[in-house]
Design a protein around this ligand. Structure first.
Ligand SMILES: [Zn+2]
Length: 209
């Protein structure tokens, strides 16, 4: 494939280096999927893919360009990107996320696009009954104690807004894990909350009840 002569300039102007993580954060990521986009040879493509093709060469057949850093908006082709299969991605992801691995080893599901689709396909009534059933299972497993571990969601916040995401989703830059019902935080609270990882089950149950 012939390389795009204007690419390098546009690429260099398109990201900022995050000194802490080493990520090259693409400025213009797609809000829905978190991937950066850029035009390469007149075709719109993922910024991480374009970087790979341009600097490293063609992506081998059947492989994808994956992120070691789990940051979809990262275009650090030197250190954070690698070519692998979807299966590699899944396995590597589990290695990087002990929490998800633990869930899976307990026979629970770490959230996937499929499980999100499943959840979205249920009616409110079905969700409630699903939650009740799952909660009861968890209670039984946990010797009757409230199981504050082990469901599919975490809550993230940027200090002003909160969102629910599945375990394993990429936390977008500027967002931190936190409680989902935070309103506005003082800096002190923010620091405290960013240290907490809250999933949760009990919160979800409360909301569904
Ligand atoms: Zn990165």
């Amino acid at each position: 494939m012939k390389s795009d002569p204007t690419f390098e300039k546009r690429f260099k102007a398109g990201y900022a280096v995050d000194k802490k993580t080493g990520c090259w954060q693409w400025n213009n990521v797609h809000p829905a999927n978190g991937y950066g986009g850029i035009e390469y040879n007149g075709k719109q493509t993922g910024a991480h893919r374009a970087a790979w093709i341009h600097f490293k060469g063609p992506i081998p057949d059947g492989l994808c360009v994956l992120h070691r850093c789990d940051n979809r908006g990262c275009v650090n082709y030197k250190r954070h990107l690698y070519a692998g299969s979807r299966k590699d991605n899944r396995r590597d992801f589990m290695e990087r996320h002990p929490r998800a691995k633990e869930l899976v080893s307990k026979g629970q599901k770490a959230a996937t696009a499929g499980s999100k689709r499943f959840w979205n396909s249920l009616t409110v009534k079905q969700r409630k009954s699903f939650c009740r059933r799952r909660y009861q299972q968890q209670l039984n497993k946990n010797g009757g104690k409230s199981p504050l571990t082990g469901f599919n969601d975490i809550f993230i916040t940027n200090g002003l807004q909160t969102r629910r995401i599945a375990i394993g989703s990429v936390v977008p830059s500027g967002w931190k894990r936190g409680k989902h019902y935070m309103v506005r935080w003082s800096n002190k609270q923010k620091v405290a909350a960013s240290k907490r990882v809250k999933c949760w089950w009990a919160d979800r149950k409360r909301r569904m009840a």
